[in-house]
Design a binder for this molecule. Structure first.
Ligand code: 8X3
Length: 260
C-alpha cells in the first residue's frame, strides 16, 4: 500500500469491467492515496465511477475524460493538456480492448477487423509511445498491457482477436527488452474467461450467448484481475512480474472448461 501512495495511474477503458475494477482496487489498496486518470468513451459511466470513488475515498484525486482510444491524433494532446496535478503519470494500464464477432476467416467483416486492431493493437501502441518519453525521463514507470489466454493459444472463430492478443504479448516482450537498462517495468496480465461485458460485446448484444460462456463455471470477475494488476504494480522496484496467465479454477485453456 505504501508503495502506491501518491502514484498517478492512467487507465484506458475505465468505464466498465477490468478497467473500472482496477480503478476501485487502486483506491482500496492505497486507502485512497492515489491519483486516477480514467478514460473511456462513456463519460456518464466515468462520472458514476468517480462519484463512487469520492464517496468512499474523499481524498482521492480523480480526473475523468471522454476519449475514444482509437482516435490516434487525440492521445498526445490529451496527455499534454492534463491538469498539472495529473501530468506526472506513474502507471499506464493499457486495458481498453475487445473481441468483435465470432466469424471464421473468409466471413469476418471489415468493421470488426478494424475495430479490434484499432483498439487492441494500435491504441495500445499509441498510448505506450506517448507515455514513454515521460517514463524515460524519470527512469521509472509501469506499463501494464492486458493480454489474454487468446494471446497464448489461438482458437477457431477468434483469429483476429487471438492475433491481436498475440501481438500484445510480442510487443510487451520487445519493449521489456528495449528497456532492460531502465527501471521502467513492462508487464503483461493475460486473463482467461472473466465475466464482464466482454462476451456481450463479442456476441453483439446476444445476452443468452454471452451468458453461456460462463455457464456452470465459477468464473473470474473483473475485481480478481484488478487485484492482480494492483499486486504486480505494487511489488518492490526490483521485482518485475513480467507475465501472468490467469484462469478461473474451471478453465485450463480456451477449450478446457469444466462446467460442473
Ligand atoms: C478473453 C478470453 O478466452 O475469450 O480474452 O479469449 S477468451
Amino acid at each position: 500500500a505504501e508503495r502506491l501512495a501518491n502514484k498517478t495511474i492512467l487507465i484506458t477503458g475505465a468505464s466498465a469491467g477490468i478497467g473500472q475494477a482496477t480503478a476501485l482496487e487502486y483506491c482500496a489498496a492505497s486507502n485512497g492515496k492515489v491519483k486516477l486518470v480514467l478514460l473511456a468513451r462513456r463519460l456518464e459511466k466515468l462520472q458514476e465511477l468517480k462519484n463512487t470513488i469520492i464517496k468512499d475515498y474523499p481524498e482521492t484525486k480523480v480526473h475523468i475524460e471522454r476519449l475514444d482510444v482509437t482516435e490516434t491524433e487525440k492521445i498526445r494532446p490529451f496527455l499534454e493538456n492534463l491538469p498539472e496535478d495529473f501530468k506526472d503519470i506513474d502507471i499506464l494500464i493499457n486495458n481498453a480492448g475487445k473481441a468483435l464477432g465470432s466469424d471464421k476467416v473468409g466471413n469476418i467483416n471489415i468493421e470488426d477487423i478494424e475495430g479490434m486492431i484499432q483498439t487492441d493493437v494500435v491504441a495500445l501502441i499509441n498510448f505506450t509511445q506517448a507515455i514513454l518519453p515521460l517514463f524515460k525521463k524519470k527512469n521509472s514507470g509501469d506499463i501494464v498491457n492486458l493480454g489474454s489466454v487468446a494471446g497464448r493459444e489461438a482458437y477457431p472463430t477468434g483469429s483476429i482477436y487471438c492475433g491481436c492478443k498475440h501481438f500484445v504479448r510480442a510487443f510487451t516482450q520487445s519493449l521489456r527488452k528495449e528497456l532492460v537498462d531502465t527501471k521502467i517495468r513492462v508487464l503483461e496480465v493475460a486473463p482467461g474467461n472473466v465475466e464482464t461485458e466482454f462476451s456481450l460485446v463479442r456476441y453483439k448484444g446476444d445476452a443468452d450467448r454471452a451468458k453461456k460462456v460462463y455457464e456452470g463455471t465459477v468464473p473470474l470477475f473483473a475485481d480478481d484481475i484488478a487485484d492482480l494488476i494492483v499486486y504486480t504494480t505494487s511489488r518492490k522496484q526490483n521485482t518485475v512480474i513480467a507475465e501472468t496467465l490467469v484462469f478461473a479454477s474451471n478453465q485450463a485453456s480456451p477449450y478446457h472448461i469444466y462446467r460442473g
